[in-house]
Write a protein that binds this ligand. Structure first.
Ligand code: UT7
Length: 332
């Protein structure tokens, strides 16, 4: 019997380009507070959010992905025909099927393998891990990874616990074959026993059966998620540092999922990060864009000169599932 032939050489992988897209409309807290009896001061103090971007009604996750992907390709100095994979991390593409990724690939002019990844706010870091493995074993040489959300389509403007927290946008990176290691081992996991903490209010089937049900918006038990994020996720982030063989002192940036500025600050404290280490706080004017938050924050830090190409960034995504994923990456 013949044996299956498999590659026996592992390659290195790194991020070679990043791009972001923020929709034109800026929505300040003052436009959110009415239906939830809140205030600009409360939202700033409890979450750090000052404003968010809202996609136009006819602007889709595919449209936003295309903008971010074109910017990432340009940064990487590549064209779409060089892509071997297109991964789109999202939970707000409003079609059960087909996924968003094949359409994103088609818009760019690519017929590469294309599929979506559903891991909520951790989707981007999951996709980085998959793209890294594709490049490592030789399945692909260049993979486009997009994190994109139109969260405001799935937000209840009358829900006090979530109406102020989410925003729309897309971030994209290219993961490419490299001569040196640029993506550390991924530390990831899940805790499905806590699925009720962040969830769609009802299923599509329940909505079909009971027309009195409200739109199945994404809702969360904020304080429980907050405690989980602060206490458990800092430990996972530390495990990602250990897995990569680096310490907090070796880092050039900390780019966690942008869920709440108080979570970001407490994680930085728990990780004992150097006081002068650049920490992403893109949440202030972008809010929580779920799968898009880390690449959007990285894009801003690079564009504003806060981090240099070649430096090391610790990134961690966490959210509905509950699920999480973290890795150390070299900044493109
Ligand atoms: O991206 C996925 C992961 N998601 C997260 O990581 C989100 C994690 N959770 C959070 O970020 C926070 O829990 C929130 C920002 C969502 C809420 O902040 P909090 O400090 O946990 O508020 P709370 O729900 O504990 O409420 C504190 C107080 C309460 O009043 P009393 O009982 O102290 O008098 C609430 O009734 O604030 C009140 N409150 C509000 N007041 C004004 C709750 N929501 C609001 C509101 N506006 N929207």
């Amino acid at each position: 019997m013949s044996a299956i032939s498999v590659p026996d050489v592992l390659h290195h992988a790194r991020i070679t380009g990043v791009g972001g897209y923020r929709p034109e409309q800026v929505v300040p807290n003052s436009e959110i507070i009415g239906p939830i009896d809140s205030s600009d001061a409360w939202i700033r103090e409890r979450s750090g959010i000052e404003s968010r971007h809202r996609a136009a009604p006819d602007e889709t996750v595919v449209d936003m992905s295309e903008h971010a992907a074109r910017a990432a390709l340009e940064h990487a100095g590549l064209t779409a025909d060089q892509l071997d994979g297109v991964l789109v991390a999202t939970v707000t593409h409003p079609y059960q099927t087909p996924g968003a990724a094949p359409e994103v690939a088609m818009r760019l002019g690519s017929t590469a393998a294309a599929f979506d990844i559903s891991a909520a706010c951790a989707g981007y870091c999951h996709a980085i891990s998959v793209a890294n493995d594709m490049v490592r074993v030789g399945t692909a040489e260049h993979v486009l990874v997009v994190g994109v959300e139109k969260m405001l389509d799935f937000t209840d403007p009358e829900d006090r616990g979530s109406a102020f927290i989410f925003g729309d946008g897309a971030g994209a990176v290219i993961v490419s074959r490299s001569t040196t290691p640029g993506i550390g081992p991924t530390v990831w996991g899940s805790d499905g026993g806590q699925q009720r903490l962040i969830t769609q209010r009802s299923s599509w089937i329940e909505l079909r059966e009971d027309r009195d049900l409200r739109w199945p918006a994404i809702v969360m038990e904020g304080p429980s998620v907050f405690r989980w994020a602060v206490w458990s996720m800092a430990k996972e982030a530390q495990r990602a540092l250990d897995a990569a063989g680096v310490t907090a002192d070796d880092l050039d940036a900390f780019i966690p999922h942008q869920a709440n500025v108080r979570i970001i600050d407490q994680m930085a404290k728990a990780l004992r990060l150097p006081a002068d280490l650049p920490v992403a706080r893109d949440i202030r004017t972008t809010a929580n864009t779920s799968a898009a938050s880390i690449p959007l924050a990285m894009d801003r830090m690079i564009r504003e000169g806060e981090v240099d190409s070649g430096g090391l960034a610790l990134q961690i995504g966490f959210g509905a599932g509950l699920v999480w994923a973290a890795q150390v990456v070299t900044i493109p």
